[in-house]
Structures are given as structure tokens and as C-alpha cells.
Design a protein around this ligand. Sequence first.
Ligand SMILES: Cc1ncc(COP(=O)(O)O)c(C=O)c1O
Length: 386
Amino acid sequence: MKLNRRVNNLAPSGIRKFFDLVLGMKEVISLGVGEPDFVTPWKIREKAIFALEEGYTSYTSNKGLLSLRRALSRFLKRKYNLVYNPEKEILITAGVSEGLDLACRVLLEERERAIVSYPAYVAYPAVVSLAGGEILPLFCSDKDNFQIDMEQLEKLLVQRPKLIILNYPNNPTGISFTRPQLRELWSLLRRSDIYIVSDEIYDLISYDFPHTPFASLRGAKKHTIYLGGFSKNFAMTGFRLGFACGPEEIISAMTKIHSFTMLCAPIVSQIAASEALVSETEAHLMVREYRRRRDFIVKSLNELGLTTPMPQGAFYCFSSIKAARMESLEFASRLLYQKKVAVVPGEAFGAEYKNFVRISFASPLEELKTAISRIKDFLAAANKSR
Ligand SMILES: Cc1ncc(COP(=O)(O)O)c(C=O)c1O
């Protein structure tokens, strides 16, 4: 069958492939999926239930309910002193996933270049390719604690890329950037005519320092498409809701595509999300629990010889498996079959990361403890058989 070449050339998501395997197995501790183990806070669910009871089952305006856009605008002002006009500069999307796709489609012409920093969330190379763009990979290394290598970036900028996709706190490394680090990055980027697509979906899940939106850096707002969401911060993955904020012209172009392909984000989700923005208490409680787990799992993995940098946000560790002397796909498959613990092979985030696995700590502490003890046995057995 003759299908679209761009689609044919897309590699399937490395994460999904692995999880189809996990789904077929019993009693597996899954440290693989990228979603909170918490159910959506009750107040938000209650709001969704009431919305249905009251008969909110229609379309909304393409951009999303104005009441939600206004609430979001107030939230961003209060939290980050960021000012976005709710009528013109905010679009409510079906998750950050849609925002990423729209941003690439409105910005990239055929064969224009997009810098993607690696290890990368699996959707980035896909949305760039589907928009017809070319990827300029920017490799981050464990030697630099997965920070951005400015020299490498400077070289890539010479190739006049149209945009760069940033993601912090990062999936899969958990690494984030402080305000001074972001200022340094912006001082380099601002010399080029480049757009910043900033995926900050984990902003509220920040442990060590306050999150700084890229758009809040002086002079950066008009070059930035700021993508945020509800999936992770408020444990609302199934509601499929996110937002894009940016210059009016870009948001209006994104809305044009969105109005034909999505029409609008689901109304019940939008009503529920307004409740999420009113109180962050539950989100803070989840972060407190993630932090407790992070401290435990990072310490334990390092003690086992799986060198793991301390995640500053999100709920992932990106651990080196060099000590196990096998590559990530073999490591993950053997760990799954022998010990029933699922982790994601590093190569799902870029072919260069075969010596890493991503371990999610969005699982109860007791499960993490059992998983660690199984990983310990697994490593001991692997070493013995050598
Ligand atoms: C970095 C990053 N961006 C975007 C998404 C997708 O989020 P959403 O559920 O809002 O589409 C994920 C989900 O794992 C993610 O990790």
C-alpha cells in the first residue's frame, strides 16, 4: 500500500513497543510509564462529574473556553509574572502532544531545521519530521550532567535552524535549568533568528529550585511558544488537556489548524481544568511524595553501581547501566523476563543512549523498594554468569 512517505519513515515509539510487551505479563512492577500513579485529585474529578450532570456536552470555542483561558492567564501572572492575553495569546490544546505538533507545523517549512536536544522525549523527532522539517541533534551527555553543551549549540546555530525544542524539567533525565543557566542559554540563542518551543509540562514538579518559564526571560517572550499542561502536574493524563501561549500571530496560525483537525479540546476536561488552577495544594502533596521516592531511588541506584544524576524535576531517573555490561534493550528485556521489573531502554530517547535506562518513580515507595531489591538480584546474577 502506498502510504505517506513521512509516516512510513517514522519509527514506532520505543516506549509503546516495550509496553505492549509489559501489558501481556502478570505481576510486573512497571517503572516504565510516564504518568503519575495518583488518580486525579477528587475536587477536579467532582467538577468534571458536575459538568456532565449539568449537561456540558457541547463543543467550545476553537481556542477553548474563555473562562479557562482567563483562569490560565491569571495563574501564569500569579505564578510566574507572565502576561498573556487570554483572547489572543492562549490556545487550549488536546494535551501538550497537540501543541507540539501544531507549533512545528506552523513554524517549519519543508526541510527547515529544528534543533532537538537529546536524550529526547519520543514525540519530538516525530513532530519535526511530520511537519517536513529536518532534525539537528544536540547531544547532552552524562559527563555534563545532561546540561546543554553551549559549544555544540553554537555550532548548530550556524546552520540557521528555524526553531529549537527545549524540555525542562526533562523527560527522560529529570534535569532542569536554573534561571542563570537559562539566561546564559538565551543570551546565545537570541543572537540567532530562532523560535523556542519550550515544553514545560513538568513545571510544577520541580524539587530543588523554582521553575523559570523560558518566556519569562527578558526579551524571550516574543520568540517563545510556551507549552504547558495538566497531565503531569495534576495527574490528568486521560483528560487530554494542555495549552500553548505565544505571540498572537503564531497562536492564531496554530488555532487555524486546530480548528480543522481537533475543533476544540473536550469541554468536560476544560471545566475540570479550571478547578485544577484554583488550588495547587494537591499538586504540592504529590510533589512531596515524588521527592521522597526520588531521594530513595536515586540513592539506591547509585549504591547498586547504576550511576544516576539527581533529577531536579519530573519523575524519572536516567541511569547508566555501564556497570551491567549490556546494552539497554538487552538489560530491559532480561530484567523484565527474569525479575518482572519494567524500565525503558535508553535508546527509545536516542540511539546514543544505549548505556542508559529510564526509570520512573511515579510508583508507590513500597513498589520501588521491591523493584530495587529485584534489580540488585538481577545485577548479582548477571555478574556471576559472566
Ligand atoms: C516531555 C513531555 N511532553 C509532552 C508529553 C505529552 O503530554 P500530554 O499528555 O499533555 O499530551 C509528555 C508525556 O509523557 C512528556 O513527557
